[in-house]
Write a protein that binds this ligand. Sequence first.
Ligand code: PBG
Length: 348
Amino acid sequence: MSSDTAFFLAQKAFGNHGRAVYVSGMAETPLIRPRRLRRTEALRTMVRETSVGPDDLIYPLFVEEEIDAPVPVKAMPGVVRLPEKHLAKEIKAIQADGVKAIMMFGVSHHKDATGSNSLKSDGLLSRMIKRAKDASPELVVIADICFCEYTDHGHCGVVEKGAVHNDKTLVNLAQQAVMAVRAGADMVAPSAMMDGQVRAIRHALDDAGMEDAPIMAYSSKMASAFYGPFRSAAGCSLKGDRKDYQMDPMNGREALRESLLDEAEGADILMVKPGLAYLDVLARLREKTLLPIAVYQVSGEYAMIKFAAQAGALDEKRIVLETLGAFKRAGADLILTYFARELARDGV
Ligand code: PBG
């Protein structure tokens, strides 16, 4: 078709009205134009479906006993192990930056077979919770309930005959949860992936008169390679793996079953972990529960973004918002992320 003919046909088709009339062989003028609402930032903001703000975020941090200066975590640029003795000052600064909730991981210098440094009232777990709550009573302090940071073998519970013994570990998890709440924790978050752990902890808390302490269950937790940097950050390198208690990353249906079991056992919040590689689990779980759901953007996800940004391959701030937005869109109410402090401080 010559350009003259095309011009003629177009005139004929659009006439004076500038409206669409079907012309064979020509593009049809759309009646429906989603772009109308994308024309300005003001319009885009008005119709934005998802937002991420400081109220949604939980900031994980690493606290090491018996050190004098922060230790950078090489695999997680920007993350340090905080000295226990600086904790009060750091917690105040973190709260001043706008962080609303934290989850602390202890880096123990006194590991043993049972992880007793997390079970004693003067042990690291209790001390760091007390220090944090004394420094900033309004900050929500969530205690990770697990043993891998405190045991010399690096497993999440009591090892017997080369495997983690489920029911003996339940007794210790329940005791650790009571210790954590007694020290001042606002919430406990069992992450050992033992069968029945939520129920065991709920009963123990209730028996101790702590019936108001909520449980955020790490309910769909995969045996994931994305935890690699965490293990060096928390100093819990491990011989072997956790495949006989954490979930097979190939299983989506089972991930739902695990979460729904935790709900039936009395969990107040469910969690999917890791985040980005498990958005399908998150979205499907959203359809199956009315409980709040948390998602954990884990150490390996953080490292991928940081290193790619450092190499100049990605725009860090935009990638962070895009990934956190994906979690919210898929159905998460809460996000655990090592970016929480920066986001709270610099705005989202
Ligand atoms: C267990 C625990 C782990 C993480 C959070 N809690 C390690 C594991 O299960 O091996 C990983 C978090 C991360 O990778 O950022 N205490």
